[in-house]
Design a protein around this ligand. Structure first.
Ligand SMILES: *Cc1c(COP(=O)(O)O)cnc(C)c1O
Length: 497
């Protein structure tokens, strides 16, 4: 029997895994969730010594049950190969008593590569399986990292096109250069005059627009999504938590069955939700610690039970977390309301109309697996400087938000459980903010790109290929549009008008 996926807003809207990967979002605007979370098919002891690819297979086959073994193994082999600069794929660095799970060793040096190197393969396989004859148009809103990782994954993949929207002025210089220099005959990048939430809600509207869908179908196109609302993103992200546990066991850092806490720098709530799914599969995880920057909507939600996006949008040095509407939280809401599509739809309706909703006490009780905290800009910078001075380890701004929250959590609770911090980006991607945090006087006046050799020198980590690549690459994309003209822009790009 195949595992079924259903919409968070209506359990009658169902799909197989491959159909859910193809569609991205459910037809009613809900998110696809598996009808149940499968148990890990291997014992914890068996995780020891497994490669990343083997771990990926045992985890993913439980979720993507309508893919054959051969299909899944082929997707995995093509995704997790020499695009990563280490055979470990996701190595762990220990600094004092904290374990940093480095998820930035892929092609675009942010954790989005972990899922976006496999999503195109899962999607083209799904298209074949389901007899799709249309060209798949991937529409993606990005706060900076998803866009590049998705383009790198989909560039020149036959049968696909990809259009990425990013907030102009809302991403780092390195992030922007990475995107506007992207090669590939099927990629387009658009800077919108607005913030990430505008981009994300614009993309969601395009997905929900039936008239547009018909127009596209007539021209031989259909939309899909590479955002973390796609279960083809979520499932591959569960893998590295299971893999990390196996590695910690293998290296004698933990005992079999010992619980670990996991701190995740959070934006759209995808990465931490994957950790939550890993826990439900049976991985010994204590607390899931949700770390926010100054856009602390999630911190307030966990503290009060009210999700309220009516607040000022802050531009911070951790731009990939500058988000006020965390899409994947809907999957958690669905879980804690007893998997009731009507309750979920009602709360999401309130979010749409009033910008906020409050969950019941009974729902709040279900959140005991979670803890939450946030880091101010000053705390984030302090964490980077302190860790560098103490241990010589240079982390990026997003990871620093999580490291700060993790430290604060330990102080506040006295919880001595070992902690894994999801390290989501290479410091090279945010070199200006990172070096300014370390020594403002010395580095604060220099241009972002000028600072790259300085970072190489102080961190002792060689400049990654992803950075060398952009230094003399040609700018290929310069399209911009207003946030309310995204539909027209898409139609122009696809030649529909
Ligand atoms: C996307 C991103 C995040 C946030 O992850 P979510 O899954 O959206 O919560 C954190 N850090 C970096 C570097 C990212 O690119």
């Amino acid at each position: 029997m195949n595992l079924q996926y259903m919409s968070t807003r209506n359990p009658k809207i169902r799909a197989t895994a491959s159909q859910a990967v193809l569609q991205g979002l459910a037809g009613d605007g809900g998110l696809f969730v598996p009808e149940k979370i499968p148990a890990l098919p291997v014992s914890l002891g068996e995780l020891k010594g497994m490669t990343y690819q083997e771990t990926a297979y045992v985890v993913m086959k439980e979720f993507l049950t309508d893919y054959t073994e051969e299909e899944l193994r082929s997707c995995i082999a093509r995704a997790y190969d020499s695009k990563f600069d280490t055979e470990d794929i996701a190595p762990i660095s220990r600094v004092d008593d904290t374990y940093y799970l480095e998820l930035f060793h892929g092609a675009t040096i942010a954790f989005k590569d972990m899922a976006l190197s496999i999503l195109p393969h899962l999607m083209t396989t799904a298209a074949k399986k389901n007899g799709v004859d249309k060209e798949i148009v991937i529409l993606t809103a990005t706060s900076g990292d998803t866009g590049k990782a998705a383009m790198a994954g989909f560039a020149d993949v036959e049968g696909t096109r990809i259009i990425v929207f990013y907030p102009k002025g809302g991403v780092s210089r390195v992030q922007e250069l990475q995107m506007v220099t992207q090669k590939g005959n099927n990629v387009d990048v658009v800077a919108i005059h607005g913030n990430f939430d505008n981009a994300q809600s614009g993309v969601k509207e395009l997905f929900g627009n039936r008239e547009l869908a018909e127009k596209l179908a007539a021209e031989g196109y259909q939309f899909s999504s590479a955002n973390s609302i796609n279960i083809g993103r979520l499932v591959p992200q569960i893998v590295y938590y299971v893999y990390a546990y196996g590695k910690l066991l293998e290296n004698g850092e933990i005992q079999e069955g010992e619980k670990i806490n996991i701190t995740v720098p959070t934006g759209n709530f995808g990465n931490i939700l994957a950790a939550c799914y890993a826990k439900h599969m049976g991985l010994p995880v204590g607390k899931l610690i949700c770390a926010s920057n100054e856009n602390k909507v999630l911190f307030d939600f966990f503290r009060t039970g009210t999700y309220d996006k009516n607040r000022e949008f802050m531009l911070t040095t951790s731009p990939s977390m500058d988000i006020l509407v965390s899409s994947n939280l809907e999957r958690l809401i669905y879980q804690i309301c007893g998997r009731d599509g009507e309750v979920d739809a009602d709360l999401m309706g309130q979010l749409q109309t009033e910008g906020k909703y409050t969950i019941t006490d009974a729902m709040r009780e279900q959140l005991s697996d979670f803890a939450a905290g946030y880091a101010t800009e000053a705390e984030t910078a302090d964490m980077i400087r302190k860790t560098y001075e103490k241990a010589g380890y240079v982390m990026d701004t997003h990871t620093a938000v999580a490291a700060h929250v993790c430290e604060q959590y330990k102080k506040d609770t006295g919880d001595t459980t070992k902690c894994l911090v999801a390290s989501t980006a290479s410091p090279y991607k945010f070199v200006k903010s990172v070096l300014t945090a370390i020594d403002e006087k010395k580095y604060g006046q220099k241009e972002e790109l000028e600072l790259l050799p300085d970072l190489e020198q102080i961190s002792g980590v060689e400049m990654p290929g992803a950075i060398r690549e952009i230094l003399d690459a040609q700018v290929r994309h310069s399209r911009e549009c207003d946030a309310d003209r995204m539909q027209e822009t898409v139609e122009e790009i696809l030649g529909l008008r």
